[in-house]
Design a binder for this molecule. Structure first.
Ligand code: UN1
Length: 511
């Protein structure tokens, strides 16, 4: 399969217009690149790429700044054409890019395609937005005066993205930033370089077609020093970073030190409360997709179920039954529901967390070990786990990026909400209930403290139309829909005097 994957990715990259990005043919005596592109399907190396240096990043920002100066004077609805073209290219190449996501991130085909659909959706949203970047007109307290606000392009936006949504997260940022009049410099995860180069090829083609500046969207691949150069460059007014809370703690203070802005999408520890009135069939389906989809490697993945004690046994039995039918294997196989974890470190973290949970008194209901016969050798395939916990111990409060679901019980809704909010992360949440009082309480100010709070659907798979992000250690950023575009622009308040007098505000007399 290694040879097949190697051939296939080269074919896909060529078909997407990314050419042959691999650096140096070792067999021919060339110096190979230092970045290895791999597939989690079998852990194999697909090729090597040359890493950029911090100086290359500075040069990319210089070019981006020059492109920005041209782009910011293009009317926003005209800027929208670039994103419309990108959306068209994504629609035309959805299958190829989706397949590349499956190969490089290990997602099952449907989820690889779903991720590209999410890109198409945000492009459509952003095109509409390009005619709606409006501010308010505000009543002035002074006669013959008008107050208004305008939203102006911000500058060069740095985007740092993670392996698990290797293309969609870039597109949420890029689509909005480009219609906002900004330039984008993207540092993708070192684990997903090929999908990034494919996106870059598509956006470059879109720019060529509409006559937008070629440097308006760029990608910089490399190790952490490349990300650091972007984070520290004072010419980058906004850094939008998606990844672990650990990464956010490194990025945020550096951007703050130069008084730049951050948009952070960090870890989640998402929970679902299952109330006595819940439609259990629906709850089981919602829980299984959220906990096991993308092999538990979404920031929105469900990690905790908080179930009422009266229905605990019934729910756990149903979940165990559903888990026993999960097909684990190559994400390219049409019957697979659970693909590989991204790498050996992820599998080790999963196994260690399962051990720790049991050491804390947890009862392993199902899974929690390697899937010996599943997938290709070299891939990190594990059997999704459910652990029934006696209490919310430290391991439960950590985000383990794997299909590991903890079950906790509660007696009344206050206790459920307390347990729910008792973690450091605050991204996504759900309640399964048919009781309107419970549903409304959970979504109210005294309920879930997360950025996303759902009723009768799981925690993952948010639509692009809403603002996406969360509170507390999740970092507070909002991307994607609603008014998230405002983060990519700067607001100017204008007061205009069309009278012949000069009245001062607050009744001040001067001279
Ligand atoms: C992520 O895991 O970083 O809500 C993003 C979801 C997807 C996005 C997840 N729309 O699950």
């Amino acid at each position: 399969t290694t040879l097949d994957l190697n051939t296939r990715v080269r074919q896909i990259l060529a078909d997407l217009g990314a050419g042959d990005p691999f650096a140096g043919d070792a067999a021919a005596g060339d110096t190979p690149g230092t970045l290895a592109a791999r597939s989690p399907i079998d852990g194999s190396e697909l090729g090597r790429l040359a890493a950029l240096t911090p100086d290359d990043v500075a040069a990319a920002v210089t070019r981006a700044q020059a492109a920005f100066e041209q782009w910011r004077v293009v009317p926003a609805p005209v800027r929208g054409r670039l994103v419309r073209e990108l959306g068209e290219l994504l629609r035309d190449h959805k299958d190829l890019l989706g397949e590349l996501v499956s190969i490089e991130a290990g997602k099952i085909r449907s989820e690889g395609l779903g991720e590209v659909q999410e890109m198409i959706d945000i492009c459509e949203f952003a095109v509409g937005l390009s005619r709606q970047l409006h501010g308010l007109t505000i009543a002035s307290e002074r006669p013959g005066h008008r107050m208004m606000e305008q939203w102006h392009p911000l500058g060069v936006v740095g985007v740092i993205s993670a392996f698990n949504f290797p293309v969609a997260v870039w597109s949420w940022n890029a689509a909005l930033a480009l219609v906002a009049g900004d330039a984008v410099v993207w540092k993708p995860s070192e684990k997903t370089l090929l999908t990034a180069l494919a996106c870059q090829a598509l956006v470059a083609e879109a720019a060529r077609r509409v006559g937008a500046p070629a440097d308006i969207a760029q990608v910089v691949i490399g190790d952490a020093t490349v990300g650091e150069a972007l984070v520290e460059d004072p010419r980058v007014p906004l850094v939008s970073a998606t990844g672990s809370t650990r990464m956010g703690r490194l990025v945020a203070p550096r951007v703050a030190a130069r008084l730049g802005r951050c948009l952070l999408e960090l870890g989640g520890n998402n929970a679902a409360v299952v109330a006595p009135s819940a439609d259990l069939d629906l709850a089981v389906r919602g829980i299984v997709f959220a906990a096991v989809g993308t092999a538990g490697q979404r920031c929105t993945s469900l990690r905790r179920v908080i179930v009422h004690e009266d229905i605990h046994d019934d729910l756990v039995a149903r979940l165990a039954k559903a888990y026993s039918t999960l097909s684990i294997g190559s994400p390219l196989d049409s019957t697979t529901l659970v693909g590989p974890l991204v790498d050996a470190t992820a599998a080790d973290a999963f196994l260690a967390a399962v051990d720790q949970a049991q050491a804390d008194g947890g009862h392993l209901v199902t899974g929690g070990h390697r899937a010996e016969d599943a997938g290709a050798s070299g891939g990190q395939y594990v059997v999704p786990a459910i652990v029934d916990m006696p209490a919310q111990t430290d391991i439960v409060k950590q985000e383990t990026f794997a299909p590991l679901l903890y079950v906790l019980t509660y007696r009344d809704l206050d206790e459920a909400i307390r347990l729910h909010n008792e973690v450091a992360q605050g991204l996504s949440s759900a309640i399964f209930t048919l009781d309107v009082r419970e549903a409304e309480t959970f979504t109210s100010a005294i309920g879930s403290d997360c950025g996303i709070a759902n009723v009768n659907i799981g925690t993952s798979g948010a639509e692009i139309g809403g603002a996406f992000g969360g509170e507390k250690e999740t970092g507070g950023g909002r991307e994607s829909g609603s008014d998230a575009w405002k983060a990519y622009m700067r607001r100017a308040t204008n007061t205009i005097n069309y009278s012949t007098e000069l009245p001062l505000a607050q009744g001040v007399e001067f001279g």
